[in-house]
Design a protein. Structure first.
Length: 313
């Protein structure tokens, strides 16, 4: 357990440093945008591309694994939507965003760096696949249900265009697809290009986690809704438990891939859930509170889950 804490605490320490920085230095929040640009468009895509492109193609083609992990995300999303409608009487648009907050983990900023730290560089491959298919599930479901629940109703063509744009222009997904293409072609970067990509790789984890801490610290939210305890429980407990059994049953992967799948499922709500809530103008405060509460909870739950996995497998 001490070894796991020694790995985990520096990562959560970077988030803490990021959350403290705005309280010490009163800078304009607009500056954070450039830090996010570096992380989202340069550092993490470089990490994904370098690891995926260096992986043999036969290891990247794993439909059972992505079906299992994507299916768990889909189930948790729909479970929260159903409970939001039946128990909390949310309208469809709000329920869709509550489903997003209960199932959309921080698979980019936290998932990729943590997977590599806990399980080694090879763990970035299943982590990148989980990211791609989780994001696809979330973008599709949120766009469809929030669109149907909105006023006025957008046309199917408008919803489809938005889904295609969100999925196929996301830099992490583009980096994964380019990495798969490079692996299939047997191409690897060299010389100056390789050096630049490696420098970006090394910066990805620290900068992403620091930026996440800054983002969480700058948010100011009001009260907590009755649905929040259930939403948090689904995100940090139900989703990883389901991931363990469903991935083991459907995919029967090697231990590292199974551990990555469960750890990725246990991640706190992504800040993208808050961004989507603002975009659809529904459940904005609730999504923000979910990001903060699940992030704090994950300081305890993720090391415990990783410890349990390493002693079970």
């Amino acid at each position: 357990m001490l070894e796991i804490l020694n790995i985990a605490l520096p990562f959560f320490g970077l988030i803490l440093l990021g959350s403290l920085a705005p309280r010490i230095w009163k800078l304009d929040e607009a500056g954070l945008a450039w830090l996010n640009v570096f992380v989202v468009y340069f550092a993490l895509p470089a990490l994904i591309f370098m690891v995926v492109s260096a992986t043999p193609l036969e290891r990247l083609v794993n439909p059972a694994f992505v079906t299992a992990t994507g299916g768990v995300t889909l189930f948790c999303f729909l479970l929260m939507v159903l409970l939001a409608r039946l128990v909390f009487h949310s309208d469809l648009r709000t329920a869709a965003l509550q489903g997003t907050a209960a199932s959309y983990g921080n698979v980019g900023y936290m998932g990729l760096p943590l997977a590599a730290a806990f399980f080694g560089a090879e763990a970035t491959v299943p982590a990148a696949l989980v990211f791609c298919f989780d994001c696809t599930v979330e973008f599709v479901l949120t766009a469809v249900l929030a669109g149907i629940g909105g006023r006025p109703h957008p046309s199917p063509a408008v919803i489809t265009r938005k889904i295609v744009k969100d999925v196929f222009t996301h830099p992490f997904i583009v980096a994964t697809l380019l990495g798969i293409a490079a692996s299939a072609a047997g191409w690897a970067p060299s010389g100056g290009m390789k050096s630049i990509l490696e420098m970006l790789m090394r910066a990805a984890g620290p900068v992403a986690l620091f930026a996440m801490g800054v983002t969480v610290s700058l948010r100011r939210f009001g009260g907590v809704g009755r649905e929040l305890p259930l939403l948090v429980a689904i995100k940090v407990l139900v989703q990883p438990i389901l991931a363990f059994f469903i991935v083991l049953w459907l995919a029967n992967p090697d231990p590292v891939w199974l551990q990555v799948a469960v750890m990725m499922a246990a991640l706190p709500t992504a800040s993208n859930a808050f961004i989507l809530a603002r975009q659809y103008d529904a459940y904005v405060e609730g999504s923000g509170v979910a990001v903060i509460v699940t992030t704090v909870a994950s300081v305890v739950t993720i090391p415990l889950i990783v410890y349990a996995l390493q002693h079970m497998l």
